[in-house]
Every structure is written in C-alpha cells, then in structure tokens.
Design a protein around this ligand. Structure first.
Ligand SMILES: [Zn+2]
Length: 101
C-alpha cells in the first residue's frame, strides 16, 4: 500500500464547523453564514415566525407567561421582520410597578 499524500491540507489545524461539512464537496459561498435578504438573519438558525399559526401560539404563550411572571411589565411586543415574519426580538414596556420600591 502506497501512502497517498492528502491533496487538501487547508482544513488542518483549524476548527471544523457545520459549514465545513456542508461545503466539503462544493465551493463555499462568500458568506460563511447564509442570511435572509430582508432582515439579515441566519437561515440555519430556526426561529419562530409570526406568520406561522403554531409559532404565533408559542409567541402568545411566551408573552402571557412573562406578563404573569413580571407584574411590572405592561406590554410585550413581538417585533418581527415585515418581509418574512421572522421574530427578531421582544420589546416590553414597564408600568409604574417597575419603579415602586
Ligand atoms: Zn426577514
């Protein structure tokens, strides 16, 4: 058995991530992360979507839970992308109880 020299040595001495295996046999796009055009979110990162009925239920339950847990929170607004509906963040407003000692 003859020893074959590995043709590809560029992956030695560096961390291997999911992208490494994903693009092992094809050329890697310029961006290592695939992002949505509309809100620049990582496409590989699964997030809830306000346009999805089931996801919306999860969002509602989350907000209800938080409102219950924190009496000083007056409202919680799920902020989502206008284009694709991905949930970006929760914005909450506080009521007077937040400053009462
Ligand atoms: Zn978007």
């Amino acid at each position: 058995m003859s020893k074959k020299r590995l043709a590809v040595t560029s992956s030695v001495n560096q961390p291997l991530d999911r992208d490494y295996f994903k693009y092992k046999n094809k050329s890697k796009p310029k961006q290592s992360k695939r992002l949505t055009d509309c809100c620049q979110q990582d496409l590989d990162h699964k997030v809830v979507n306000v346009n999805n009925k089931q996801d919306w239920q999860i969002i509602e339950e989350y907000i209800e839970q938080k409102l219950f847990e924190y009496p000083s929170t007056e409202t919680i607004q799920p902020v989502s992308c206008d284009e694709c509906g991905r949930l970006l963040e929760y914005q909450s407003t506080l009521n007077k109880k937040a400053w009462r000692m």
